[in-house]
Ligand binder design. Structure first.
Ligand code: ACO
Length: 437
């Protein structure tokens, strides 16, 4: 079997399978990334492609986010993440991702206003929280309650109705921080606070988390800025595990709330968004164990140890994750502004230094990812470890929404349904139970 490409006005690849030659159309992206369209392959040759973990498989074309893992580049709708982090806030970034353009002043004002109008959750929904155990993980609560939004908003579940989709988007953006903060309040029995419409998105979330009815609460602007930055850095990352989940679930025409709830579940895993919680637990363990980072780097290299450096490595980045660069600098700044000295930050920097000099990590191009330093910032902001992945979910929401909408707007949308190569037993007959060994 051989593959060659030939240049003409529209490129095609020539693929020879068992002496049968077929021409495969080539798709070329804005940044000259190339893909072979293989949907006719099975019909023409009897072969499918097999790519476990989708290491080399594009699931879609997309105009939302560009990332170049070799060069460490990340852009939302064409704008470098560094510029967005410097110039926009999270709601503005969300508008950019969802609607494809930076908003004008009036567009942004209207978007903020609409989100403000939807921040409360239904009073009956508040009572759900009574049913969860006190020690329930907030990610489990988050996915359940987001899924349950489809029971309260049955008027806006049709993915083919643009008006219904629009209202669901605004409801989700507005309510996710409220749902998230209540999962935290639930864990230690504090009363749930109502959102305040005069506050901005991040101020409101911090108030919902930390205010109590018995005293005034003023969000610290330093913390508000840090939260905005972290949410922006998490806002989209093209076809990652949770976004692909949202697209896959949505491809069956399941409603937006159901699709996002599934994405939250996918994000929870420690190999994905759950890595920020796992990373802080690892750093804590290293500090308690005397701070010997080399011991842990060696453990990560030992395949029998079952231990990996959490917050390190990435499927796509084979260079420093640009988000980790921004977050590391912001972490340094935040600790200084809050006059905090966190031993975990020191250990994290040492760990990075040792790992990046180690041949094992150099060879495999393993660098700190977005989850390596974000947890230290969350800690400095007073957020509990179990909420770290919840914060990731709040940040990722506009990206999930943008992808779900893009998929539904695509004229070539089809239900996601991969194939497989069956490797189980061949045909056999059922033996009566008395004759089975
Ligand atoms: N520590 C030690 N070794 C690692 C690490 C790590 N963190 N990450 C990868 N490796 C090694 C693997 O053992 C493998 O080695 P081998 O070639 O000798 O078998 C090689 O590097 C390639 O790793 P894979 O697991 O094949 O890479 P994959 O692309 O499938 O996985 C992942 C990427 C899941 C992110 C992985 O690097 C990892 O487990 N990292 C730790 C968890 C983490 O931080 N996840 C967050 C990712 S960012 C996000 O989702 C928001």
């Amino acid at each position: 079997m051989s593959v060659t490409t030939k240049s003409s006005e529209s490129e095609t690849a020539r693929l020879i399978v068992d002496d049968h030659e077929i021409l495969l159309p080539v798709v070329i992206g804005t940044e000259d990334e190339r893909a072979l369209i293989i949907d006719s392959l099975r019909k023409e040759t009897g072969y499918i492609t097999l790519d476990e973990g989708f290491v080399n498989t594009g699931s879609t074309t997309s105009s939302i986010t560009f990332l170049d893992g070799e060069k460490g580049i990340l852009r939302y709708r064409g704008y470098p993440i560094e510029q967005i982090a410097e110039n926009c806030d999270f709601v503005e970034t969300s508008y950019l991702l969802i609607y494809g353009k930076l908003p004008t002043e009036s567009e942004l004002r209207a978007f903020r206003e609409s989100i403000r109008q939807h921040t409360m959750i239904h009073e009956d929904m508040r009572s759900f929280y009574n049913g969860f155990p006190k020690d329930a993980h907030p990610m489990a609560i988050l996915s359940s309650v987001v899924g349950a939004l489809s029971t309260f908003y049955q008027d806006s579940l049709d993915p083919r109705d643009a008006r219904q989709v629009e209202i669901s988007i605004h409801r989700l953006m507005a309510k996710l921080p409220t749902i998230a903060a209540y999962s935290y309040k639930k864990s230690f029995g504090q009363p749930f606070m109502y959102p305040q419409n005069h506050l901005n998105y991040c101020e409101n979330f911090l108030r919902l988390m930390f205010a109590v009815p018995t005293r005034e609460y003023e969000p610290d602007p330093v913390v508000v800025d840090a939260l905005n930055l972290l949410l922006i850095c998490h806002a989209d990352h093209e076809q990652n595990c949770s976004t692909s989940t949202v697209r896959m679930v949505g491809s069956s025409n399941a409603n937006l709330f159901a699709s996002i709830s599934a994405g939250i579940c996918a994000l929870w895993g420690p190999l994905h968004g759950g890595a920020n919680e796992a990373c802080i637990n690892m750093l804590q363990q290293i500090v308690e164990d005397g701070g010997d980072v080399t011991k842990y780097v060696n453990m990560a290299k030992d395949k029998t140890s079952n231990f990996r450096l959490m917050g390190f490595g990435h499927r796509v980045y084979k260079n420093y994750d640009p988000r980790a660069k921004i977050i590391k600098r912001a972490c340094d700044r935040l600790l200084e502004r809050l006059k905090l000295d966190d031993p975990l930050f020191e250990v994290a920097q040492k760990l990075e230094e040792v790992a990046l000099r180690d041949e094992y990590f150099v060879e495999r191009k393993l660098y700190p990812n977005v989850d390596f330093y974000s947890g230290i910032m969350y800690r400095a902001m007073g957020l509990p470890t179990t909420m770290f992945t919840v914060l990731f979910a709040i940040g990722r929401l506009p990206g999930w929404i943008a992808h779900w909408v893009e998929m539904h707007q695509s004229p070539t949308k089809r239900i996601g349904r991969p194939r497989q190569i069956y490797t189980g037993p061949g045909l056999r007959n059922v033996v009566p139970i008395s004759q089975r060994s």
